[in-house]
Design a protein around this ligand. Structure first.
Ligand code: SAH
Ligand code: DHB
Ligand code: MG
Length: 232
C-alpha cells in the first residue's frame, strides 16, 4: 500500500528540524518538562517556533506580546529573537502552566526577558494597556480560540504601525471551513474555536488597519496554519 502523504509529514518535520532548524537541547527539555508536568502537548512544532524567532528578528522587535504561554516553548523561541534588552510579555490563564513555564524559561536562560501575566487574557490585556506597556512590535495569539477576534482587537490597541500580528491554529485540520458546526451535535468547544478563528480571520481580512495572509502547515501537529497581519 502506498503511504498517504500525511504519513510522511512527521518524518519531513524531523528532517527539516535536524537539517536547518537546530532546535537545541534546552528547547527539547522545555517541551519534555511540559509534557512530564502533565500539560497538553500543543506547543508549536520546532520549525514554527524558529519561524517566530526569525519574525522577531526580521521585525527588529524589542517588545513581544504572547497570548497563551503553556510551558513557555514558543516564548523561548520568541525571546531568543530579541536583543538583550528585549522583552516578552506572555499571558497565561492557568497558574500551573505559568509555573512550569517560569522554570523552563529560567533553565533556557531567557527568564530575565520574560514576564508572565497570570489570568484570563481579557482581564490582563486591559491592565497592560492601563500600564502603558505597549506598543508591542510583534503579537503572537495562541490561547483560547473562541476569543481570537477579541485578541486581534486587543493587539490593534497595543501595537503601532509596522507591528506584526501572528495567529496560531487557523486551519484546524480543515475544520475552519465548518462554519455551521455549532449545534450540529458536534463538539461545542471546537465549534466555538472555529467561530472565534473565523471571526478573527474575517477581521484580519476586512479591517483597513491590517494587511494579512495565512500559511497552511503540516507536521507533527497535523494540518494547521498561521495567519499573519501587518499593522499598516
Ligand atoms: N504558545 C504555546 C502554546 C499555548 S497553548 C506554545 O506554542 O508553546 C494555549 C495556552 O493558552 C494554554 O496554556 C492555556 O491555558 C492558555 N489559555 C487558555 N485560555 C486562556 C485565556 N483566557 N487567557 C490566557 N491564556 C489562556
Ligand atoms: C490546541 C491549542 C493550540 O494552541 C495548538 O497549537 C494546538 C491545539 C488545543 O487547544 O487543542
Ligand atoms: Mg497553538
Amino acid at each position: 500500500m502506498n503511504a498517504g502523504p500525511g504519513e510522511r509529514w512527521v518524518e519531513v518535520e524531523e528532517y527539516l528540524t535536524a537539517t536547518l532548524v537546530g532546535e537545541d537541547e534546552t528547547l527539547a527539555a522545555a517541551r519534555d518538562a511540559t509534557v512530564a508536568a502533565g500539560l497538553p502537548h500543543i506547543e508549536v512544532a520546532a520549525p514554527q517556533g524558529k519561524l517566530l524567532m526569525l519574525l522577531a528578528r526580521l521585525t527588529g522587535a524589542r517588545k513581544v506580546l504572547e497570548i497563551g504561554t503553556l510551558g513557555g516553548y514558543s516564548t523561548t523561541w520568541l525571546a531568543r529573537g530579541l536583543p538583550d534588552d528585549g522583552e516578552v510579555v506572555t499571558c497565561e490563564y492557568e497558574a500551573r502552566h505559568a509555573e512550569v513555564a517560569r522554570e523552563n524559561l529560567e533553565r533556557a536562560g531567557v527568564g530575565a526577558k520574560v514576564s508572565i501575566r497570570v489570568g484570563a487574557a481579557l482581564d490582563t490585556l486591559p491592565q497592560l494597556e492601563a500600564e502603558g506597556a505597549g506598543p508591542f512590535d510583534l503579537v503572537f495569539i495562541d490561547a483560547d480560540k473562541e476569543n481570537n477576534a477579541n485578541y486581534v482587537n486587543w493587539a490593534l490597541k497595543l501595537t503601532r504601525s509596522g507591528s506584526l500580528i501572528v495567529v496560531d491554529n487557523v486551519v484546524r485540520g480543515g475544520s475552519v471551513l465548518d462554519a455551521d458546526q455549532a449545534g450540529a451535535g458536534g463538539d461545542d468547544a471546537e465549534a466555538a474555536a472555529i467561530r472565534g478563528t473565523r471571526d478573527a480571520l474575517a477581521l484580519l481580512g476586512s479591517d483597513g488597519r491590517l494587511e494579512a495572509t495565512a500559511v497552511q502547515t503540516v507536521g507533527s501537529k497535523g494540518w494547521d496554519g498561521f495567519a499573519f497581519a501587518l499593522v499598516k
